[in-house]
Ligand binder design. Structure first.
Ligand SMILES: [Zn+2]
Length: 342
Protein backbone atom coordinates (compact mmCIF):
# COMPACT_ATOMS: atom_id res chain seq x y z
CA UNK A 1 0.00 0.00 0.00
CA UNK A 2 1.02 3.61 -0.60
CA UNK A 3 1.95 5.90 2.29
CA UNK A 4 3.63 9.27 2.86
CA UNK A 5 6.78 8.30 4.75
CA UNK A 6 9.69 10.26 6.17
CA UNK A 7 12.89 8.38 6.96
CA UNK A 8 14.87 11.45 8.05
CA UNK A 9 14.09 15.11 8.68
CA UNK A 10 14.56 17.59 5.86
CA UNK A 11 13.02 19.63 3.06
CA UNK A 12 10.39 18.53 0.56
CA UNK A 13 12.80 15.83 -0.67
CA UNK A 14 12.29 14.06 2.68
CA UNK A 15 8.70 13.22 1.66
CA UNK A 16 8.64 9.73 0.18
CA UNK A 17 5.70 7.89 -1.34
CA UNK A 18 6.59 4.47 0.00
CA UNK A 19 5.16 1.08 -0.81
CA UNK A 20 4.58 -0.59 2.58
CA UNK A 21 2.91 -3.84 3.65
CA UNK A 22 -0.80 -3.48 4.43
CA UNK A 23 -1.17 -3.44 8.25
CA UNK A 24 -3.46 -5.79 10.20
CA UNK A 25 -5.84 -4.97 13.02
CA UNK A 26 -4.18 -6.15 16.24
CA UNK A 27 -5.96 -6.72 19.59
CA UNK A 28 -8.09 -3.64 20.35
CA UNK A 29 -7.45 -2.11 16.92
CA UNK A 30 -9.39 -1.48 13.75
CA UNK A 31 -8.07 -1.43 10.21
CA UNK A 32 -9.24 1.71 8.44
CA UNK A 33 -9.42 2.10 4.68
CA UNK A 34 -8.49 5.77 4.39
CA UNK A 35 -10.70 7.69 1.93
CA UNK A 36 -9.30 11.14 2.71
CA UNK A 37 -6.41 12.39 4.85
CA UNK A 38 -5.84 15.96 5.99
CA UNK A 39 -2.57 17.91 5.87
CA UNK A 40 -1.65 20.14 8.83
CA UNK A 41 1.16 22.56 9.71
CA UNK A 42 2.18 19.89 12.21
CA UNK A 43 3.21 17.66 9.25
CA UNK A 44 5.71 20.27 8.09
CA UNK A 45 7.20 20.55 11.59
CA UNK A 46 7.48 16.78 11.87
CA UNK A 47 9.11 16.68 8.42
CA UNK A 48 11.66 19.37 9.28
CA UNK A 49 12.25 18.18 12.85
CA UNK A 50 11.80 20.29 15.98
CA UNK A 51 14.66 21.48 18.19
CA UNK A 52 15.04 19.30 21.28
CA UNK A 53 12.39 16.80 20.17
CA UNK A 54 13.31 13.29 19.03
CA UNK A 55 10.65 11.66 16.89
CA UNK A 56 10.51 7.96 16.04
CA UNK A 57 11.53 7.61 12.36
CA UNK A 58 10.68 6.33 9.86
CA UNK A 59 7.11 7.52 10.31
CA UNK A 60 3.95 7.85 8.21
CA UNK A 61 2.79 11.48 8.33
CA UNK A 62 -0.73 12.80 8.95
CA UNK A 63 -3.07 13.33 11.90
CA UNK A 64 -6.46 13.70 10.23
CA UNK A 65 -8.40 11.15 8.19
CA UNK A 66 -11.81 9.73 7.46
CA UNK A 67 -12.69 6.41 5.92
CA UNK A 68 -14.41 3.06 6.27
CA UNK A 69 -13.59 0.30 8.74
CA UNK A 70 -12.21 -2.65 6.79
CA UNK A 71 -11.50 -5.08 9.63
CA UNK A 72 -12.03 -5.21 13.40
CA UNK A 73 -9.37 -6.76 15.64
CA UNK A 74 -9.99 -9.10 18.62
CA UNK A 75 -11.61 -7.48 21.65
CA UNK A 76 -13.14 -4.49 19.85
CA UNK A 77 -16.77 -3.82 20.71
CA UNK A 78 -19.25 -1.44 19.07
CA UNK A 79 -17.53 -1.13 15.67
CA UNK A 80 -17.92 -3.26 12.55
CA UNK A 81 -16.61 -3.42 8.99
CA UNK A 82 -18.33 -0.82 6.79
CA UNK A 83 -18.69 1.82 9.53
CA UNK A 84 -17.91 5.38 8.36
CA UNK A 85 -15.57 7.03 10.85
CA UNK A 86 -13.11 9.87 11.31
CA UNK A 87 -9.83 9.75 13.20
CA UNK A 88 -9.31 11.35 16.61
CA UNK A 89 -5.52 11.69 16.55
CA UNK A 90 -4.77 12.12 20.27
CA UNK A 91 -4.07 9.26 22.66
CA UNK A 92 -3.19 9.27 26.35
CA UNK A 93 -3.24 7.01 29.43
CA UNK A 94 -6.89 7.80 30.36
CA UNK A 95 -6.02 6.99 34.00
CA UNK A 96 -4.21 10.07 35.34
CA UNK A 97 -5.72 13.19 36.95
CA UNK A 98 -5.29 15.22 33.75
CA UNK A 99 -6.99 12.60 31.55
CA UNK A 100 -9.85 12.14 34.00
CA UNK A 101 -10.38 15.92 34.23
CA UNK A 102 -10.79 16.38 30.47
CA UNK A 103 -7.23 17.66 29.99
CA UNK A 104 -5.87 14.74 27.98
CA UNK A 105 -3.34 16.87 26.05
CA UNK A 106 -1.60 17.59 29.38
CA UNK A 107 -1.18 13.86 30.17
CA UNK A 108 2.52 12.99 30.36
CA UNK A 109 1.85 10.11 27.96
CA UNK A 110 -0.12 12.21 25.45
CA UNK A 111 0.74 11.58 21.83
CA UNK A 112 -0.58 12.21 18.36
CA UNK A 113 -0.86 9.98 15.34
CA UNK A 114 1.52 11.48 12.80
CA UNK A 115 3.81 12.96 15.43
CA UNK A 116 4.61 10.29 18.00
CA UNK A 117 3.54 7.24 16.03
CA UNK A 118 2.50 6.38 12.46
CA UNK A 119 -0.13 8.71 11.03
CA UNK A 120 -2.98 8.75 8.55
CA UNK A 121 -1.56 9.50 5.09
CA UNK A 122 -1.73 5.95 3.73
CA UNK A 123 -4.20 3.68 1.98
CA UNK A 124 -4.75 1.70 5.19
CA UNK A 125 -3.97 2.36 8.83
CA UNK A 126 -4.33 0.12 11.89
CA UNK A 127 -5.16 2.13 15.00
CA UNK A 128 -6.70 1.74 18.44
CA UNK A 129 -10.51 1.53 18.32
CA UNK A 130 -10.60 4.51 20.72
CA UNK A 131 -9.06 6.66 17.98
CA UNK A 132 -12.02 6.44 15.61
CA UNK A 133 -15.32 8.23 16.08
CA UNK A 134 -18.49 8.04 13.96
CA UNK A 135 -18.49 10.36 10.96
CA UNK A 136 -21.60 12.56 11.26
CA UNK A 137 -24.32 11.74 8.69
CA UNK A 138 -24.16 13.81 5.53
CA UNK A 139 -20.50 14.66 5.91
CA UNK A 140 -18.15 13.68 3.07
CA UNK A 141 -14.89 11.85 3.79
CA UNK A 142 -13.00 14.98 2.68
CA UNK A 143 -14.91 17.09 5.24
CA UNK A 144 -14.33 14.39 7.87
CA UNK A 145 -10.58 14.67 7.23
CA UNK A 146 -10.62 18.49 7.21
CA UNK A 147 -12.12 19.39 10.57
CA UNK A 148 -10.78 17.37 13.55
CA UNK A 149 -7.33 18.84 14.32
CA UNK A 150 -7.99 22.48 13.45
CA UNK A 151 -11.53 22.74 14.83
CA UNK A 152 -10.54 20.98 18.04
CA UNK A 153 -7.53 23.29 18.41
CA UNK A 154 -9.61 26.42 17.77
CA UNK A 155 -12.44 25.24 20.03
CA UNK A 156 -10.13 24.57 22.97
CA UNK A 157 -8.44 27.95 22.48
CA UNK A 158 -11.65 29.96 22.34
CA UNK A 159 -14.04 28.01 24.54
CA UNK A 160 -11.78 25.99 26.86
CA UNK A 161 -9.11 28.64 27.43
CA UNK A 162 -10.37 32.14 26.54
CA UNK A 163 -13.99 31.44 27.58
CA UNK A 164 -15.29 33.55 24.71
CA UNK A 165 -18.75 34.97 25.25
CA UNK A 166 -21.47 37.05 23.66
CA UNK A 167 -20.29 40.60 23.01
CA UNK A 168 -16.54 39.87 23.00
CA UNK A 169 -14.33 41.31 20.28
CA UNK A 170 -12.06 38.54 18.96
CA UNK A 171 -8.99 39.01 16.75
CA UNK A 172 -8.14 35.89 14.72
CA UNK A 173 -4.60 35.95 13.31
CA UNK A 174 -4.08 34.09 10.01
CA UNK A 175 -7.83 33.92 9.43
CA UNK A 176 -7.37 32.05 6.15
CA UNK A 177 -5.42 29.18 7.73
CA UNK A 178 -6.84 25.94 9.05
CA UNK A 179 -7.12 27.06 12.68
CA UNK A 180 -8.14 30.57 11.56
CA UNK A 181 -11.08 29.46 9.42
CA UNK A 182 -12.28 27.33 12.35
CA UNK A 183 -11.75 30.07 14.97
CA UNK A 184 -13.75 32.65 12.97
CA UNK A 185 -16.76 30.36 12.87
CA UNK A 186 -16.52 29.25 16.52
CA UNK A 187 -16.15 32.83 17.80
CA UNK A 188 -19.11 33.91 15.68
CA UNK A 189 -21.21 30.99 16.92
CA UNK A 190 -20.61 32.29 20.48
CA UNK A 191 -21.87 35.75 19.62
CA UNK A 192 -18.51 37.51 19.35
CA UNK A 193 -17.55 40.23 16.87
CA UNK A 194 -14.73 38.80 14.78
CA UNK A 195 -11.79 40.66 13.26
CA UNK A 196 -9.58 38.44 11.08
CA UNK A 197 -6.16 39.12 9.58
CA UNK A 198 -5.33 37.69 6.15
CA UNK A 199 -2.28 37.79 3.87
CA UNK A 200 -3.95 38.79 0.60
CA UNK A 201 -6.92 40.85 -0.60
CA UNK A 202 -8.64 37.87 -2.25
CA UNK A 203 -9.01 36.26 1.22
CA UNK A 204 -10.96 39.27 2.58
CA UNK A 205 -14.38 38.29 1.13
CA UNK A 206 -13.71 34.64 1.97
CA UNK A 207 -13.19 35.21 5.71
CA UNK A 208 -16.23 37.51 5.74
CA UNK A 209 -18.27 34.73 4.19
CA UNK A 210 -17.22 32.52 7.13
CA UNK A 211 -18.51 35.08 9.61
CA UNK A 212 -15.71 37.62 10.14
CA UNK A 213 -17.16 41.09 10.67
CA UNK A 214 -13.91 42.79 9.67
CA UNK A 215 -10.85 41.63 7.74
CA UNK A 216 -7.38 43.20 7.69
CA UNK A 217 -4.71 42.50 5.06
CA UNK A 218 -1.67 42.40 7.36
CA UNK A 219 0.74 42.72 4.42
CA UNK A 220 -0.61 46.13 3.40
CA UNK A 221 -2.01 47.46 6.71
CA UNK A 222 -0.66 47.53 10.26
CA UNK A 223 -3.16 45.27 12.02
CA UNK A 224 -2.54 46.90 15.41
CA UNK A 225 -3.53 50.35 14.14
CA UNK A 226 -6.54 48.87 12.38
CA UNK A 227 -7.66 47.00 15.53
CA UNK A 228 -7.42 50.24 17.52
CA UNK A 229 -9.48 52.06 14.91
CA UNK A 230 -12.14 49.33 14.72
CA UNK A 231 -12.47 49.10 18.51
CA UNK A 232 -12.22 52.87 19.13
CA UNK A 233 -8.87 52.38 20.88
CA UNK A 234 -10.34 49.89 23.36
CA UNK A 235 -8.65 46.79 21.91
CA UNK A 236 -10.03 43.28 21.61
CA UNK A 237 -11.02 40.89 24.39
CA UNK A 238 -9.41 37.82 22.84
CA UNK A 239 -6.59 37.22 20.36
CA UNK A 240 -6.17 33.83 18.71
CA UNK A 241 -2.54 33.54 17.61
CA UNK A 242 -0.91 30.61 15.82
CA UNK A 243 1.68 32.79 14.04
CA UNK A 244 4.05 33.47 16.95
CA UNK A 245 7.14 35.59 16.53
CA UNK A 246 5.90 37.85 13.70
CA UNK A 247 2.71 38.88 15.48
CA UNK A 248 3.32 38.29 19.21
CA UNK A 249 4.24 41.78 20.36
CA UNK A 250 1.44 43.50 18.43
CA UNK A 251 -1.07 40.76 19.34
CA UNK A 252 -0.45 41.60 23.02
CA UNK A 253 -0.79 45.32 22.31
CA UNK A 254 -4.10 44.64 20.52
CA UNK A 255 -5.70 43.49 23.78
CA UNK A 256 -8.19 45.49 25.81
CA UNK A 257 -7.86 45.65 29.60
CA UNK A 258 -8.49 42.15 30.97
CA UNK A 259 -7.87 40.67 27.52
CA UNK A 260 -6.75 37.10 26.81
CA UNK A 261 -4.11 36.08 24.27
CA UNK A 262 -4.22 32.39 23.37
CA UNK A 263 -1.31 30.76 21.55
CA UNK A 264 -1.44 27.31 19.97
CA UNK A 265 1.69 27.39 17.85
CA UNK A 266 4.30 29.53 16.20
CA UNK A 267 4.40 29.10 12.42
CA UNK A 268 6.75 32.11 12.06
CA UNK A 269 9.18 31.35 14.92
CA UNK A 270 9.24 30.63 18.66
CA UNK A 271 10.72 33.81 20.13
CA UNK A 272 8.15 36.44 21.01
CA UNK A 273 9.09 39.52 23.02
CA UNK A 274 6.73 40.57 25.80
CA UNK A 275 6.58 44.03 27.37
CA UNK A 276 5.58 42.99 30.91
CA UNK A 277 4.22 46.46 31.74
CA UNK A 278 1.24 45.76 29.49
CA UNK A 279 0.66 42.37 31.09
CA UNK A 280 0.41 43.54 34.71
CA UNK A 281 -1.01 47.02 34.27
CA UNK A 282 -3.79 45.90 31.90
CA UNK A 283 -4.46 42.60 33.70
CA UNK A 284 -3.76 40.52 30.60
CA UNK A 285 -3.80 36.73 30.44
CA UNK A 286 -1.43 34.75 28.22
CA UNK A 287 -2.85 31.29 27.70
CA UNK A 288 -1.16 28.30 26.11
CA UNK A 289 -3.28 25.74 24.32
CA UNK A 290 -2.60 22.50 22.51
CA UNK A 291 -5.21 20.26 20.90
CA UNK A 292 -8.24 19.59 23.15
CA UNK A 293 -10.17 16.83 24.87
CA UNK A 294 -12.16 13.96 23.37
CA UNK A 295 -15.30 15.53 24.86
CA UNK A 296 -14.58 18.78 23.01
CA UNK A 297 -13.99 16.89 19.77
CA UNK A 298 -17.35 15.12 20.09
CA UNK A 299 -19.06 18.47 20.63
CA UNK A 300 -17.29 19.94 17.59
CA UNK A 301 -18.24 16.89 15.48
CA UNK A 302 -21.88 17.33 16.44
CA UNK A 303 -21.85 20.99 15.41
CA UNK A 304 -20.09 20.15 12.14
CA UNK A 305 -22.72 17.45 11.53
CA UNK A 306 -25.46 20.04 12.16
CA UNK A 307 -23.73 22.39 9.69
CA UNK A 308 -23.32 25.08 12.35
CA UNK A 309 -19.57 24.79 11.72
CA UNK A 310 -18.28 24.18 8.23
CA UNK A 311 -14.93 22.57 7.32
CA UNK A 312 -13.14 24.70 4.73
CA UNK A 313 -11.36 22.75 1.98
CA UNK A 314 -8.87 24.55 -0.25
CA UNK A 315 -8.24 21.62 -2.59
CA UNK A 316 -8.13 17.84 -2.80
CA UNK A 317 -4.94 16.26 -4.16
CA UNK A 318 -3.84 12.68 -4.85
CA UNK A 319 -1.56 11.32 -2.10
CA UNK A 320 1.43 11.49 -4.48
CA UNK A 321 1.13 15.32 -4.54
CA UNK A 322 1.83 15.73 -0.82
CA UNK A 323 4.87 17.95 -1.55
CA UNK A 324 2.56 20.48 -3.26
CA UNK A 325 0.55 20.68 -0.05
CA UNK A 326 3.66 21.32 2.07
CA UNK A 327 4.83 23.98 -0.41
CA UNK A 328 1.44 25.75 -0.32
CA UNK A 329 1.52 25.83 3.49
CA UNK A 330 5.04 27.25 3.56
CA UNK A 331 3.94 29.99 1.15
CA UNK A 332 0.58 30.45 2.92
CA UNK A 333 -0.93 30.04 -0.56
CA UNK A 334 -4.09 28.33 0.57
CA UNK A 335 -7.44 28.98 2.21
CA UNK A 336 -8.49 26.33 4.71
CA UNK A 337 -7.33 22.74 4.38
CA UNK A 338 -5.61 20.61 1.78
CA UNK A 339 -6.87 17.04 1.64
CA UNK A 340 -5.04 14.04 0.21
CA UNK A 341 -6.84 11.14 -1.43
CA UNK A 342 -4.89 7.85 -1.22
ZN1 LIG B 1 -3.19 10.53 31.34
Amino acid sequence: MKAVLIRKHGGLEALEIADLPKPKADVGQVLLRVKAAGVNHLDTWVRRGMPGVTLPLPMILGSDAAGVIEEVGPGVLGLKPGDRVFVSAGYSCMRCVECCSGWEPLCKDYGLLGEHTNGTQAEFIALAAANVLPLPDGLSFEEGAAFPLVFLTAWHMLVGRAQVRMGDDVLVQAGGGGVGTAAIQIARLHGARVIATVGSDDKVPRVKELGADEAINYRTTDFLEEVRRLTRKRGVDVVIDSVGQETWDRSLKSLARGGRLVTCGATSGYQGSTDLRFVFSKGLSILGSTMGSRAELLRVARLVGERKLKPVIDRVLPLEKVADAHRAMAERALFGKIILRP
